[in-house]
Write a protein that binds this ligand. Structure first.
Ligand SMILES: C[S@@+](CC[C@H](N)C(=O)[O-])C[C@H]1O[C@@H](n2cnc3c(N)ncnc32)[C@H](O)[C@@H]1O
Length: 202
């Protein structure tokens, strides 16, 4: 348990003040590209990215303590010093806590689809939340989204294409982009994966 606590200390990002906007330097002491994985789950994507790009800094947000612990433990074992995890509700982090205009890329991979109509308000991508994603992105920063859920994808695309601060980009197949645990699960069940790549233009 004491060892687990130490893994937690080195790889968990704990803001100095949960009620003030974090400074970019607090997250990323070096002036290197910064990327965010919203709802990182067990962190497979985050870890593969951090290992491939040691000169970039990665932050995951995740609300489940068990998953945060798992990512921290694995990151410590793999000696990934460029990766941290913030245990917090992502909506709050995007709207209030994370530094404005600081991230080069924000990844939102297989967020809960909330299929029932009465739960659509809980979806991470909706008209009211897009300004919060845009808030943390640098001008020219990129938003990458994947889901297995066709109706969620359709609704998300409607909001994204209507947003005046985003411009659609082509998803380049050559881009290094590791599979997540959920992606592997859905592909194993033969589900098609929907993906979108946008750029912040203002
Ligand atoms: C379906 S899983 C996808 C995990 C990972 N991105 C993947 O593709 O394997 C959604 C993850 O987002 C987390 N999550 C959902 N809503 C969240 C929120 N509001 N804030 C932080 N984490 C959240 C869940 O705990 C879960 O780990």
């Amino acid at each position: 348990m004491a060892g687990e606590q130490r893994d937690f200390e080195t790889h968990q990002f704990i803001p100095q003040d949960y009620f003030a906007e974090v400074k970019r330097e607090e997250l990323c002491p070096h002036d290197r590209p910064l990327e965010l994985d919203v709802g990182c789950g067990d962190g497979r994507f985050l870890m593969e990215m951090a290992a491939k790009f040691p000169d970039r800094q990665f932050l995951g947000t995740e609300r489940l303590l068990g998953r945060v612990r798992k990512v921290c433990r694995k990151a410590k074992r793999r000696d990934l010093s460029n990766l941290k995890v913030l245990r917090l509700e992502s909506g709050y982090a995007l709207e209030w806590l994370l530094p404005a205009e600081s991230f080069d890329r924000v990844h939102l991979l297989f967020p809960d689809p909330w299929p029932k109509k009465k739960h659509h308000g809980r979806r991470m991508v909706q008209k009211s939340s897009l300004p919060h994603f845009a808030r943390v992105l640098k001008p020219g920063g990129e938003f990458l989204f994947k889901t297995d859920h066709p109706a969620y994808f359709e609704a998300a695309m409607e909001c994204l294409t209507e947003a005046t601060f985003f411009k659609s980009l082509t998803w380049e197949d050559e881009m290094f982009y590791p599979q997540t645990d959920f992606e592997e699960l859905w592909l194993g069940q033969g589900k098609p994966i929907h993906r979108a790549h946008f750029k912040k233009i203002s």
